[in-house]
Design a protein around this ligand. Structure first.
Ligand code: 13P
Length: 250
């Protein structure tokens, strides 16, 4: 049985105290959702310690949205995976399209980040996805395949067992435009096939999340698909009630 996961990517939103209130809201309503669903929140770095405190005693896990490609040292403004791990994070989002697009993250950088993430006992939530132009040119399969081959194929089997994938079509992020459940299933099944070409049956256990304008109104239909194991949620993760309601979509 694959894990069912609803992960919240808060992006660069909320002030620390607002983040704490949001986390508390998730904890307060968590009991309404089946405990077969795992919840993860990924606040900005500045709030992680405070959010960790607010989540104490609950089964809600937390993670960071990025980490440095190096272990430590003279890298002004960067945050090391070891620092994230020391705060109790279990996860790190890597390769989000916003990082690829606005901060020039390449597969080369992401390979180094992956190494740091695993060296510190963390689990990456590795994001893949095509932009609108690529989708319209029907290149989406090739794009996600390259994103997987260039990074995930470099993992050992042991590392691969600790990996979450998020498929996030760029044209659906923050646009209100969601992939249809059929589009999601089609590409999630393809991603699993690409993973299986390298890792065989282990790919059956990999959680592949959908992300891009996922909300309470569409989560159930998308999550009903065989190869969709949950969601990576942006905007709707900023309201505890919506975030939890998405978890009821399974
Ligand atoms: P939205 O849910 O706001 O479209 O964002 C999705 C996303 O990028 C999550 O990482």
């Amino acid at each position: 049985m694959r894990k069912k996961i609803v992960a919240g990517n808060w992006k660069m939103n909320t002030l620390p105290q607002e983040g704490v209130e949001l986390a508390k809201g998730v904890v307060a309503g968590r009991g309404e959702v089946s405990n077969e669903v795992s919840f993860i929140v990924c606040p900005p770095f500045t709030h992680i310690a405070m959010v960790a405190e607010a989540l104490k005693g609950s089964d809600i896990e937390f993670g960071a949205q990025n980490c440095a490609a190096e272990a430590k040292g003279a890298y002004t403004g960067e945050v090391a995976a070891s620092m994230i791990a020391a705060l109790g994070c279990k996860y790190v989002i890597l390769g989000h399209s916003e990082r690829r697009q606005y901060y020039g993250e390449t597969s080369e950088t992401l390979n180094k980040k992956m190494e740091q993430v695993y060296a510190n006992g963390l689990t990456p939530i590795y994001c893949v996805g095509e932009n609108l132009e690529e989708r319209e040119a029907e290149k989406h399969f090739d794009v996600v395949k390259a994103q997987i081959e260039e990074v995930v194929y470099n993992l050992t089997e042991e590392q691969f067992k600790n990996l979450v994938i998020a498929y996030e079509p760029v044209w659906a992020i923050g646009t209100g435009k969601t992939a249809t459940a059929e589009q999601a299933q089609e590409i999630h099944a393809y991603i699993r096939k690409v993973l299986a070409e390298k890792f065989g049956a282990l790919a059956e256990e990999t959680a592949i999340l959908y992300g891009g304008s996922c909300k309470p109104a569409n989560a159930a239909e998308i999550f009903a698909k065989e190869d969709v194991d949950g969601g990576l949620i942006g905007g709707a993760a900023l309201k505890a009630a919506d975030f939890l309601a998405i978890g009821k979509g399974f």
